[in-house]
Design a protein around this ligand. Structure first.
Ligand code: 5GP
Length: 116
């Protein structure tokens, strides 16, 4: 079963791709939560952070280099941005193809709302 993100990576379904190389693809989130909301995705299907293996370390490290480049491309490198990865249910992961959110372009506020 190919994930929706694999279909985007293969350009079988449309997305606004802002960066792509042989390991990683970055594209605009379809429901942006900030003026800049990019998803940085390994081309290899890794379901969650819990499925990462040592073989993935180069690709996962590369995601940070790509994040830095994309942040500059999107104009938020100097103002700042947040990188975020959800893993499984309590984090609210919806797409089971590991991805890093890059969010910026406004003050993002605290990382988590306190539980009352
Ligand atoms: P998660 O909750 O799994 O960390 O985040 C999944 C993200 O993928 C959500 O922010 C959602 O808006 C985005 N998303 C889901 N389906 C699509 C799609 O088909 N295209 C794009 N560009 N983003 C998607």
């Amino acid at each position: 079963m190919s994930t929706i993100f694999s279909k985007i990576i293969a350009r079988e379904i449309p997305a606004e791709i802002v960066y792509q190389d042989d390991r990683v693809t970055a594209f605009k989130d379809i429901h942006p939560l900030a003026p800049v909301h990019i998803l940085i995705v390994p081309n290899k299907e890794i379901a969650t952070v819990d499925d990462v293996t040592p073989d993935d370390e180069q690709t996962l490290g590369h995601m940070f280099t790509v994040a830095k480049e994309v942040a500059r491309q999107m104009g938020v490198a100097d103002s700042g941005y947040r990188l975020l990865i959800n893993c499984k249910g309590d984090a609210g992961q919806e797409v089971f193809h590991l991805h890093m959110h890059l969010l910026g372009g406004r003050r993002l506020g605290p990382m988590l709302a306190r539980q009352e």
